[in-house]
Design a protein around this ligand. Sequence first.
Ligand SMILES: [Fe+2]
Length: 234
Amino acid sequence: MEYQILNLFPLSVYKSNLGLTQKYKEELIKEILNMTKNSYQPDYKKNNNSWTGDTQGHDELHKNKKFDLFFIEISKHVKKYIDYFDIDPTKLDFYFQRSWATLSDGQENIKHHRHMQSHLSFAYYLKKSSTDSNIQFVNMDHPNEFIPSLFLSKTVSLSKIFKNRNVKNSSLIDLNCSEDDIIIFPSKSRHGTQPFVENNNRISISADILLTAKDSKNIEHMMPPLNQWKKFSN
Ligand SMILES: [Fe+2]
Protein backbone atom coordinates (compact mmCIF):
# COMPACT_ATOMS: atom_id res chain seq x y z
CA MET A 1 0.00 0.00 0.00
CA GLU A 2 1.59 3.24 -1.10
CA TYR A 3 1.01 6.41 0.81
CA GLN A 4 2.51 9.82 1.39
CA ILE A 5 2.87 11.92 4.51
CA LEU A 6 2.69 15.60 3.69
CA ASN A 7 4.38 17.70 6.35
CA LEU A 8 2.62 21.03 6.45
CA PHE A 9 3.87 24.10 8.35
CA PRO A 10 7.27 22.93 9.67
CA LEU A 11 9.45 25.05 11.97
CA SER A 12 12.54 25.75 9.83
CA VAL A 13 15.74 26.24 11.84
CA TYR A 14 18.89 27.34 9.95
CA LYS A 15 22.17 25.62 10.79
CA SER A 16 25.68 26.34 9.52
CA ASN A 17 29.11 27.18 10.88
CA LEU A 18 30.97 30.51 10.98
CA GLY A 19 34.55 29.29 10.51
CA LEU A 20 36.08 31.69 13.05
CA THR A 21 39.79 31.14 13.74
CA GLN A 22 40.87 29.73 17.10
CA LYS A 23 42.77 32.98 17.76
CA TYR A 24 39.67 35.14 17.21
CA LYS A 25 37.49 32.79 19.26
CA GLU A 26 39.96 33.03 22.15
CA GLU A 27 39.90 36.83 21.93
CA LEU A 28 36.10 36.82 22.19
CA ILE A 29 36.14 34.25 25.02
CA LYS A 30 38.51 36.51 26.98
CA GLU A 31 36.21 39.50 26.44
CA ILE A 32 33.15 37.50 27.57
CA LEU A 33 34.87 36.09 30.67
CA ASN A 34 35.65 39.71 31.65
CA MET A 35 31.93 40.53 31.34
CA THR A 36 31.01 37.63 33.64
CA LYS A 37 33.32 39.14 36.26
CA ASN A 38 31.50 42.48 35.93
CA SER A 39 27.88 41.37 36.39
CA TYR A 40 25.49 44.20 37.27
CA GLN A 41 22.74 42.00 38.68
CA PRO A 42 24.52 39.00 40.24
CA ASP A 43 21.59 38.13 42.55
CA TYR A 44 19.35 37.60 39.51
CA LYS A 45 21.30 34.46 38.59
CA LYS A 46 20.04 31.51 40.64
CA ASN A 47 21.93 28.25 41.20
CA ASN A 48 21.68 26.02 38.13
CA ASN A 49 20.85 29.02 35.93
CA SER A 50 23.40 29.85 33.26
CA TRP A 51 24.99 33.31 33.31
CA THR A 52 23.13 35.34 30.66
CA GLY A 53 24.75 38.64 29.68
CA ASP A 54 21.46 40.33 28.73
CA THR A 55 20.35 40.16 32.38
CA GLN A 56 23.74 41.33 33.66
CA GLY A 57 24.21 44.63 31.80
CA HIS A 58 26.07 43.17 28.81
CA ASP A 59 23.49 43.19 26.00
CA GLU A 60 25.22 45.30 23.33
CA LEU A 61 27.98 43.07 21.98
CA HIS A 62 27.06 44.39 18.51
CA LYS A 63 28.45 47.79 19.57
CA ASN A 64 31.72 46.32 20.84
CA LYS A 65 34.51 46.73 18.22
CA LYS A 66 36.00 43.33 19.11
CA PHE A 67 32.79 41.68 17.84
CA ASP A 68 32.65 43.59 14.50
CA LEU A 69 33.97 40.71 12.38
CA PHE A 70 31.67 38.29 14.22
CA PHE A 71 28.55 40.30 13.36
CA ILE A 72 29.64 40.76 9.73
CA GLU A 73 29.79 36.97 9.39
CA ILE A 74 26.46 36.53 11.18
CA SER A 75 24.72 39.00 8.86
CA LYS A 76 25.64 36.84 5.83
CA HIS A 77 23.94 33.84 7.43
CA VAL A 78 20.81 35.82 8.34
CA LYS A 79 20.47 36.79 4.66
CA LYS A 80 20.78 33.10 3.68
CA TYR A 81 17.99 32.19 6.10
CA ILE A 82 15.77 34.94 4.68
CA ASP A 83 16.51 33.60 1.21
CA TYR A 84 15.11 30.19 2.21
CA PHE A 85 11.71 31.84 2.64
CA ASP A 86 11.98 33.42 -0.84
CA ILE A 87 11.95 36.89 0.70
CA ASP A 88 13.75 39.61 -1.24
CA PRO A 89 16.36 40.98 1.22
CA THR A 90 16.74 44.20 -0.78
CA LYS A 91 13.23 45.21 0.39
CA LEU A 92 14.25 45.01 4.06
CA ASP A 93 16.53 46.65 6.59
CA PHE A 94 18.09 44.41 9.21
CA TYR A 95 18.95 45.48 12.76
CA PHE A 96 20.80 43.80 15.58
CA GLN A 97 18.62 44.91 18.47
CA ARG A 98 20.34 43.32 21.46
CA SER A 99 23.12 40.75 21.78
CA TRP A 100 24.73 38.91 24.65
CA ALA A 101 26.79 35.90 25.67
CA THR A 102 25.82 33.01 27.92
CA LEU A 103 28.12 30.93 30.10
CA SER A 104 27.10 27.54 31.52
CA ASP A 105 29.19 25.58 33.98
CA GLY A 106 28.28 22.35 35.74
CA GLN A 107 24.55 21.63 35.48
CA GLU A 108 23.58 25.25 34.80
CA ASN A 109 20.94 25.63 32.10
CA ILE A 110 18.65 28.19 30.43
CA LYS A 111 14.93 27.64 31.09
CA HIS A 112 12.50 27.56 28.17
CA HIS A 113 11.64 31.04 26.97
CA ARG A 114 10.80 33.12 23.88
CA HIS A 115 12.12 36.48 22.65
CA MET A 116 8.79 38.18 22.01
CA GLN A 117 10.20 41.67 21.30
CA SER A 118 12.18 40.41 18.31
CA HIS A 119 11.75 38.75 14.88
CA LEU A 120 14.78 36.48 14.42
CA SER A 121 17.29 35.17 16.95
CA PHE A 122 20.48 33.13 16.65
CA ALA A 123 22.72 31.07 18.87
CA TYR A 124 26.43 30.72 18.05
CA TYR A 125 28.55 28.22 19.95
CA LEU A 126 31.83 29.97 20.74
CA LYS A 127 33.02 27.29 23.16
CA LYS A 128 31.31 23.92 23.33
CA SER A 129 32.46 20.33 23.78
CA SER A 130 30.42 17.37 22.51
CA THR A 131 29.26 16.60 26.06
CA ASP A 132 28.07 20.18 26.83
CA SER A 133 24.31 20.80 26.76
CA ASN A 134 22.41 21.34 23.53
CA ILE A 135 19.64 23.78 22.71
CA GLN A 136 16.06 22.46 22.91
CA PHE A 137 13.01 23.62 20.97
CA VAL A 138 9.46 23.14 22.22
CA ASN A 139 6.51 22.84 19.85
CA MET A 140 3.76 25.08 21.22
CA ASP A 141 1.21 24.35 18.49
CA HIS A 142 1.07 20.53 18.70
CA PRO A 143 -0.70 20.12 15.31
CA ASN A 144 -0.05 16.34 15.22
CA GLU A 145 -0.78 15.60 18.85
CA PHE A 146 -4.12 13.89 18.16
CA ILE A 147 -4.33 12.71 21.80
CA PRO A 148 -3.72 15.83 23.93
CA SER A 149 -0.45 15.68 25.94
CA LEU A 150 0.60 12.43 24.19
CA PHE A 151 3.96 13.73 22.96
CA LEU A 152 5.18 15.30 26.23
CA SER A 153 3.68 12.84 28.76
CA LYS A 154 6.31 11.21 30.97
CA THR A 155 4.04 8.27 31.85
CA VAL A 156 3.26 7.60 28.19
CA SER A 157 6.99 7.69 27.50
CA LEU A 158 7.72 5.20 30.33
CA SER A 159 4.96 2.87 29.13
CA LYS A 160 6.76 2.35 25.79
CA ILE A 161 3.63 3.15 23.79
CA PHE A 162 5.98 4.70 21.24
CA LYS A 163 8.36 2.26 19.50
CA ASN A 164 10.78 5.15 18.79
CA ARG A 165 10.89 8.78 19.86
CA ASN A 166 11.83 11.18 17.10
CA VAL A 167 10.91 14.47 15.45
CA LYS A 168 7.59 12.95 14.26
CA ASN A 169 6.25 12.22 17.72
CA SER A 170 7.96 14.74 20.00
CA SER A 171 7.02 18.20 21.19
CA LEU A 172 10.54 18.80 22.51
CA ILE A 173 13.61 18.40 20.29
CA ASP A 174 17.27 18.53 21.39
CA LEU A 175 19.33 19.98 18.56
CA ASN A 176 22.87 18.64 18.48
CA CYS A 177 25.31 21.51 17.87
CA SER A 178 29.12 21.70 17.84
CA GLU A 179 31.57 24.51 18.56
CA ASP A 180 31.47 27.17 15.78
CA ASP A 181 27.92 26.16 14.74
CA ILE A 182 25.30 28.85 14.29
CA ILE A 183 21.55 28.30 14.34
CA ILE A 184 18.95 30.93 13.39
CA PHE A 185 15.26 30.65 14.23
CA PRO A 186 12.10 32.75 14.64
CA SER A 187 12.44 34.59 17.97
CA LYS A 188 8.96 33.47 19.04
CA SER A 189 10.04 29.78 19.03
CA ARG A 190 10.13 28.43 22.57
CA HIS A 191 13.66 27.25 23.42
CA GLY A 192 16.14 26.62 26.24
CA THR A 193 19.07 24.35 27.02
CA GLN A 194 19.08 20.74 28.25
CA PRO A 195 18.86 20.43 32.04
CA PHE A 196 20.89 17.95 34.12
CA VAL A 197 23.82 17.96 31.67
CA GLU A 198 27.36 18.61 32.92
CA ASN A 199 28.87 21.65 31.15
CA ASN A 200 32.49 22.68 31.07
CA ASN A 201 32.27 26.48 30.69
CA ARG A 202 30.12 26.30 27.57
CA ILE A 203 29.87 29.75 25.93
CA SER A 204 27.29 30.85 23.37
CA ILE A 205 26.47 34.22 21.80
CA SER A 206 22.93 35.27 20.86
CA ALA A 207 21.30 38.32 19.36
CA ASP A 208 17.81 39.49 18.55
CA ILE A 209 17.24 40.84 15.04
CA LEU A 210 14.50 43.15 13.78
CA LEU A 211 13.47 43.48 10.14
CA THR A 212 11.82 46.63 8.85
CA ALA A 213 10.45 47.45 5.41
CA LYS A 214 12.61 49.84 3.37
CA ASP A 215 9.36 51.24 2.00
CA SER A 216 6.23 50.55 4.05
CA LYS A 217 3.77 52.38 1.78
CA ASN A 218 0.60 50.27 1.40
CA ILE A 219 2.00 47.51 3.68
CA GLU A 220 0.07 46.75 6.83
CA HIS A 221 2.11 44.11 8.65
CA MET A 222 5.73 45.15 8.34
CA MET A 223 7.56 47.53 10.66
CA PRO A 224 8.03 50.89 8.87
CA PRO A 225 11.57 52.29 8.43
CA LEU A 226 12.99 53.72 11.65
CA ASN A 227 13.34 57.22 10.13
CA GLN A 228 9.51 57.39 9.88
CA TRP A 229 9.12 56.94 13.63
CA LYS A 230 8.52 59.96 15.85
CA LYS A 231 9.73 59.76 19.42
CA PHE A 232 7.47 61.60 21.88
CA SER A 233 9.02 60.82 25.26
CA ASN A 234 12.16 62.38 26.72
FE1 LIG B 1 16.98 32.55 24.00
